[in-house]
Write a protein that binds this ligand. Structure first.
Ligand SMILES: Cc1ncc(COP(=O)(O)O)c(C=O)c1O
Length: 452
C-alpha cells in the first residue's frame, strides 16, 4: 500500500501555476463554476480561487505548484482505495491494452459477466439482477425507470436535502436546493413530493418525515420512495435507526418500490459494504456508483429479481443501455474494489470513522463545543455556525494542506469522505488544524460565542 504523508505547503495556495491554468480553464469551460466561486467568495469574504491537481498518491494530492495536501474528499468520495496506483486503477490499466470496449448489451466480455455476478452478490437477497451505468445519476435514472416498469406508477417521494445527480430523472428528485431544478422545471416531468429528512438528533423529525411520506402515498400513484440511507451532499446527516425500516413498511403498504441511493454510502464508505446492512432493511433497488470503480467510472442499479423481471416484459428492445456501460476496464476495476472492500476496508472504515468522530466530538474550546460532528464510517460531517464560516474554514484548511468540501442544505457543514485506506495519523493531525482554523475565523468574525 502507498504510504500517506502529512501536508507540505511550499507556496501558499493557489500558487502561480494553479492561477495560470485556472485562468486558461475559465476562458473555455462552463461559466457556472466561476459563478459559484464568485457567490461563495461574496458569502464568505474568503478567496475561492482553485488549486490545480497534478497527481495523487494514496491519501495525498500534489498540486501543480508542488504543494502536498491530505485529501479528505477522495474525488467526491469515489477514491475509496486512494489515489493511483490502487488495485482498481491498475486492473483497469491492464485491461485497457487488451479490450478497452466490448459490445455492450450485444456481445459482452467475461469481465462484465464476473462483475455483474459480484454485484448481484452484494444485494442482501438472492436472485438480484444488475444494470450497469457510468455515473451515480445513471444508476438512479435506471432505478426510477425500474419503478415505473415494475409498478406502473410514475410519482416519486424524495427528501429535502437529498442529492441524486443532475441528469433529468435524478434532478427532478434533487432536494438539496430548488435552484438546481428551477431553470429546467418545465422539462422535468416527474411528479415528486419532498418529505423532510429526519436527523437522528432531532426527536420530532422522524414523525414529521413519515407523516409527509404517508400523505404523499395517499395519491396511490407513487411508484418509488427514493432515499439516501444517510445524506451525503446534504451534510452527512444520519437518520434515526427506525427510519429505513419505517419507509420499508410504508412502501410495502402502498405498492411502491423502496429505492436506496447508496451512491455515496455504498462500497464500504458507511462502514458496511452497503449502508442498508446496518439497518437490516432489504430495498427493492439499490444504486451504487462513486466508490465502485475506485476512480474508474462505473455504476450499478441492482434490484430484487422479482422487481427487475419487469425489464424483460417490455417489448423486446434494450430500452436502457449506453455505449460505455459495462466496459471491460471498468468491470475489472469494480471487481478489485469489491474484493478490497470485502477484504476488510468496510470494517476499517467503521472503526477508523467512529474513533475520528468521537475525537471530533470531544473537542471543547472554553468549555464550548466548537462544532457538531456526526457521521457513519468514513462519511463525516462537521457542522459549523454558517455557510460563511464553513467556506472560510475550508479555505484556511487548504492553506494548511487539508482538502475538504462544504455541504449541507445551508452549506454550513464540512463534509469529509477520505479514502477508506487513509492513515489514522492524518485524521489525528487534521483535528488541531481544524481547531486553529475555526478559532482564527471566529477571532476575525466574532459572533455569539465570543467568550472563548
Ligand atoms: C447520493 C448520491 N447520489 C447520486 C449522485 C450522483 O452521482 P454522479 O455525480 O456520479 O452522477 C451523487 C453525487 O454526489 C450522490 O452523492
Amino acid at each position: 500500500m502507498v504510504s500517506d504523508e502529512l501536508p507540505e505547503i511550499k507556496i501558499p495556495p493557489p500558487g502561480p501555476r494553479s492561477c495560470e491554468l485556472s485562468a486558461r480553464l475559465l476562458a473555455v469551460e462552463s461559466l457556472a463554476f466561476e459563478a459559484r466561486r464568485g457567490a461563495r467568495a461574496a458569502t464568505s469574504g474568503a478567496e475561492q480561487s482553485p488549486i490545480v491537481y497534478a497527481s495523487g498518491r494514496g491519501s495525498n494530492v500534489f498540486d501543480v505548484d508542488g504543494n502536498r495536501y491530505v485529501d479528505l474528499t477522495a474525488g467526491f468520495g469515489a477514491l475509496v482505495l486512494g489515489h493511483a496506483p490502487n488495485a482498481a486503477t491498475e486492473a483497469a490499466r491492464a485491461v485497457m491494452s487488451d479490450l478497452p470496449l466490448a459490445l455492450g448489451d450485444v456481445y459482452a466480455s467475461e469481465l462484465k459477466a464476473r462483475a455483474c455476478e459480484a454485484l448481484a452478490s452484494l444485494f442482501p437477497e438472492r436472485g438480484a439482477r444488475v444494470m450497469l451505468g457510468l455515473s451515480g445519476a445513471d444508476a438512479v435514472t435506471c432505478a426510477l425507470k425500474t419503478a415505473v416498469l415494475a409498478t406502473g406508477k410514475t410519482e416519486v417521494v424524495a427528501f429535502d436535502g437529498a442529492y441524486h445527480g443532475l441528469s433529468y430523472g435524478p434532478l427532478a428528485a434533487c432536494g438539496l436546493a430548488p435552484g438546481f431544478r428551477e431553470p429546467f422545471a418545465a422539462q422535468l416531468g416527474i411528479e415528486v413530493t419532498f418529505a423532510p429528512y429526519p436527523s437522528r438528533t432531532d426527536s420530532h423529525a422522524l414523525e414529521a418525515s413519515l407523516a409527509a411520506v404517508r400523505a404523499a402515498l395517499k395519491s396511490g400513484e407513487v411508484g418509488a420512495i427514493l432515499v439516501e440511507p444517510m445524506l451525503g451532499r446534504g451534510g452527512c446527516v444520519v437518520p434515526p435507526a427506525s427510519f429505513l425500516p419505517a419507509l420499508r413498511s410504508l412502501a410495502d403498504g402502498a405498492g411502491a418500490l423502496l429505492v436506496l441511493d447508496e451512491v455515496w454510502t455504498g462500497m464500504g464508505r458507511s462502514g458496511a459494504m452497503l449502508a442498508c446492512e446496518l439497518s437490516g432493511v432489504i430495498p427493492d433497488v439499490v444504486c451504487i456508483a462513486k466508490g465502485l470503480g475506485g476512480g474508474v467510472p462505473i455504476s450499478a442499479c441492482i434490484g430484487r429479481g422479482e422487481v427487475m423481471e419487469a425489464w424483460g416484459r417490455h417489448g423486446g428492445s434494450a430500452i436502457h443501455t449506453g455505449t460505455h456501460f459495462g466496459s471491460p476496464p471498468a468491470c475489472a476495476a469494480a471487481l478489485e474494489t469489491i474484493a478490497a472492500v470485502r477484504g476488510g476496508l468496510a470494517a476499517r472504515a467503521a472503526r477508523v470513522g467512529d474513533a475520528f468522530v468521537e475525537k471530533l466530538q470531544e473537542v471543547r474550546l472554553g468549555g464550548v463545543a466548537p462544532w457538531s460532528a456526526r457521521g457513519c464510517g468514513l462519511m463525516v460531517g462537521i457542522e459549523l455556525e454558517s455557510a460563511a464560516e464553513a467556506l472560510g474554514v475550508s479555505r484556511s484548511l487548504l492553506a494548511r494542506g487539508f482538502i475538504v468540501l462544504t455541504g449541507g442544505k445551508k452549506g454550513d457543514t464540512l463534509t469529509l469522505s477520505p479514502p477508506l485506506t487513509i492513515a489514522e495519523e492524518l485524521l489525528t493531525a487534521f483535528i488541531p488544524e481544524l481547531v486553529s482554523a475555526v478559532a482564527e475565523h471566529r477571532r476575525s468574525a466574532p459572533g455569539p460565542r465570543e467568550s472563548w
